[in-house]
Design a binder for this molecule. Sequence first.
Ligand SMILES: C[S@@+](CC[C@H](N)C(=O)[O-])C[C@H]1O[C@@H](n2cnc3c(N)ncnc32)[C@H](O)[C@@H]1O
Length: 228
Amino acid sequence: MLRPSTIATWNRNPADEEAMGAAHAPIWRRMVDVSVPHDLSASTVLDYGCNQGGFLRMLYDTHPFKSAIGIDIARESVGRAELLKGHRPIGYQVASTAASLGRTFDFAFSHEVLYLLPDLAAHAADMKAALRPGGAYVAAVGCHTESGVWPHWRKLIAETSSIPLFDHSLEDVAKAFSAAGFVVAVRPLALDAFMPVTVGSPYFPKITDQLRYYTTDKVLFRFVRQAA
Ligand SMILES: C[S@@+](CC[C@H](N)C(=O)[O-])C[C@H]1O[C@@H](n2cnc3c(N)ncnc32)[C@H](O)[C@@H]1O
C-alpha cells in the first residue's frame, strides 16, 4: 500500500473513527494521571496523531495549559477536532511532522501512533525538533511485536486502517529515541479502570487477553530531550 501524505479518516469506516475517542478516554485519563506531574498553566503541549482531538480536550479540562496543537494526517478528523474544541486554547492542524509547526513545546504526547510510522528514527528526530531541551514526550504503545495480541491485531487493524502498519518492537522504539539524544524511560500503562467486556470481541477472544493487554503489554514511554 502506498503511503498517502494525508487521508480523509484513519479508520476506513467514519462511524468507527467517531467511536474511537470514547473507547480511548479511560486510557488517556491514565496517561495523564501517571505522566503529568504538575500544573500546566504555563506549559505548551503537542498531541501527535490527535485524530478528533479528544486527548487535548480532556487534558485541558483536567490540567488547563497555556496552549496546545494537535496534528494528524486525517483531514476530516482534524476538521471535527476544530469543531469540538470550543473555547479551549488548542489549534488542530493537518500535518505529519511536528517540526513543520516551526515552534517548540514543553510536553508532547501520542497515543497509538508509532506503529503507523515507517521510520522511528525520523520520528524521534522530528519530536526532538519540536521539544524544548528538558521537554518530555510521552508515547503510549500497545501495538508492538511483543504484545501477546499483536499477531492477531495486526490483521484486524490492517482491515480498517487506511494506511499501512509496521512491526516495531519496544527495543526498536527505545533505540531510536536513545540514538536521537533522549533519556528513555518506560512503565506499564497498568490501567486502573473497569474496561467494558465485549463478549465475542475479535480483539480480545479471552478476558485474560484483555487483562494482560491493559496491565502489561501496553506501555508508556517517556522520552526526555536532553539539553543540547
Ligand atoms: C490509532 S489512531 C489514534 C488516534 C488518537 N491518538 C487516539 O488516541 O484516539 C492513530 C492516529 O494517528 C494518525 N497518524 C498516522 N500517521 C500519522 C502521521 N505520519 N502523522 C500524523 N498523524 C498520523 C492517524 O491518522 C490516526 O488518527
